[in-house]
Write a protein that binds this ligand. Structure first.
Ligand code: ARG
Length: 463
């Protein structure tokens, strides 16, 4: 192909190519990390005598000016400069002249993008952790008020055994505690500085990567340059951590949707966070928990998408990895708003104690207590006790009562084998007594729920 043709080909495609190739329209999100990383790099270059102190000062001042321009909306982001790294460097050079051209000594965009992105992920990890902490506190405060509020505990979404509402809230508090810890462990594992890895093989310049690592708050520099520029595990981890937290959010959302339905009426969402129907004026819809449940889908998508981008990539840098950012930005902003709004919805919901307690009288929640009593006090084989209990349940059904509402005569009349049963059985079938009898560590009794609250409170104070 002639030179001329080549030129024509390039010109024809240039705009399309820029549009396709550039990441500036989304990686501008990393401007502050990019500038932070560049300042650290310039300081290290000066300390190592690779640039002089005056040049470093000029570079630092220039970089801060670029930052101001971006924050004031005066910075022109253009496709011409492909990505945030080129855009900042170019503007720096426009402002400070030749000193700006020295900034890129002993680094490459490959280590630069990993450094910026790791810094971003680490900052967001901390802020998401703070939001999770807030949510755990909210759940714990609600739990504290409801350690004696009876509700039906369910399996298969069927009434199973009486629990208290505080205990149910603490189940979620424990879930979110694991999420917090998952973010914390990722933070530690990924807190290493790729800066100075250069393109893939390190650099002949006498740099000090320990210094830049320290300036940027990392634990240490990464130990293999090739791995450093290829690695996106830190991005995958935050995506997984967000996906898992969103999965937990979707579960509590689902329960809020159920609990606020006419069938349950366990909670009422504050008017502030409920929406209305455009056609049915009487309706109050749980759009917020529904959206939270729905948004879980996109964050799963972001995780799968990056896992797929990374699959089979040869070492070291490949342009494929430019696809790593948008999904992470999306998952981060999704979890941020989700945690904020969920916290508000839970904080402001009205708990309908009476309806929860009334619901406990449907479904013979204390039937297992009768069976357990017969095994424990009368030394009966469990299977025999099980069938006798079934007879009592049938009796209760025939009287249109719940097993917890039967008096001693009614129980004795249920079966020949129960005609001499001790009167104390009545108290065993009582809903509150039944809940409190599950006093094993981690159980639902008020006492154990209080232990769980105490444990979480101590943990919250320790972090
Ligand atoms: N915009 C690029 C990215 O996000 C930066 C690294 C580009 N490096 C390269 N050698 N083309 O991945």
């Amino acid at each position: 192909m002639s030179k001329e043709n080549n030129q024509i080909l390039k010109n024809t495609n240039a705009k399309l190519l820029d549009e396709f190739n550039a990441s500036i329209m989304f990686d501008k999100e990393l401007y502050s990390q990019d500038i932070k990383g560049s300042i650290a790099h310039s300081k290290m270059l000066a300390l190592q005598g690779i640039i002089n102190i005056d040049e470093q000062k000029v570079i630092e001042k220039g970089l801060l000016k670029v930052k101001d321009e971006i924050e004031n909306g005066d910075f022109k982001f253009s496709l011409e400069y492909e990505d945030i790294h080129m855009a900042v460097e170019n503007r720096l050079t426009e402002i400070v002249g030749d000193a700006g051209k020295k900034l890129h000594t002993a680094r490459s965009r490959n280590d630069q993008v990993c450094t910026d992105f790791t810094l971003y992920v680490q900052e967001k990890t901390k802020s998401i952790q703070n939001q999770i902490k807030e949510l755990i506190l909210t759940l714990t405060n609600i739990a504290l008020k409801h350690t004696t509020t009876l509700m039906p505990g369910m399996t298969h979404l069927q009434h199973a055994q009486p629990i208290n509402f505080g205990y149910h809230m603490m189940a979620y508090a424990n879930m979110f505690k694991r999420d917090f810890e998952r973010f914390a462990s990722s933070y530690e594992r990924n807190n290493y500085s790729p800066l100075g890895s250069a393109a893939l093989a390190g650099t002949p310049h006498k740099i000090d990567r320990f210094k830049t690592s320290e300036f940027l708050g990392f634990t240490a520099p990464t130990s293999n340059a090739m791995d450093s520029v290829s690695n996106r595990d830190f991005a995958l981890e935050i995506l997984f951590n967000i996906a898992t937290t969103m999965m937990h959010i979707s579960r509590i959302s689902e329960e809020l949707i159920l609990w606020s339905s006419y069938e349950f009426r366990f909670v009422r969402m504050s008017d502030e966070y409920a929406t209305t129907s455009s056609i049915m004026p009487q309706k109050k819809n749980p759009d917020v928990p529904e959206l939270l449940r729905g948004k879980t889908g996109r964050v799963y998508g972001n995780l799968i998408s990056l896992l797929t981008v990374m699959k089979s990539l040869p070492l070291a840098y490949n342009k494929d990895t430019q696809e790593d950012k948008e999904g992470v930005f999306d998952s981060v902003s999704t979890i941020e708003i989700s945690l904020s709004i969920l916290n508000e919805v839970i904080k402001t919901m009205i708990v309908n104690v009476e309806n929860m307690e009334t619901a406990c009288k449907i479904g013979h929640l204390t039937a297992t207590d009768l069976a357990d009593y017969l095994v424990q006090k009368q030394n009966m084989p469990f299977r025999t006790a099980y069938y006798l209990t079934k007879e009592v349940v049938e009796k209760a059904n025939s009287l249109n009562k719940d097993i917890s509402q039967l008096n001693i005569e009614e129980i004795r009349n249920s079966s020949k084998e129960l005609e001499n049963i001790d009167e104390e059985i009545v108290s065993y079938l009582d809903l509150k007594n039944s809940m409190n009898s599950r006093n094993s560590y981690g159980g639902t009794s008020t006492k154990q729920t209080e232990v769980q609250i105490e444990n979480i409170k101590n943990w919250l104070e320790s972090i």
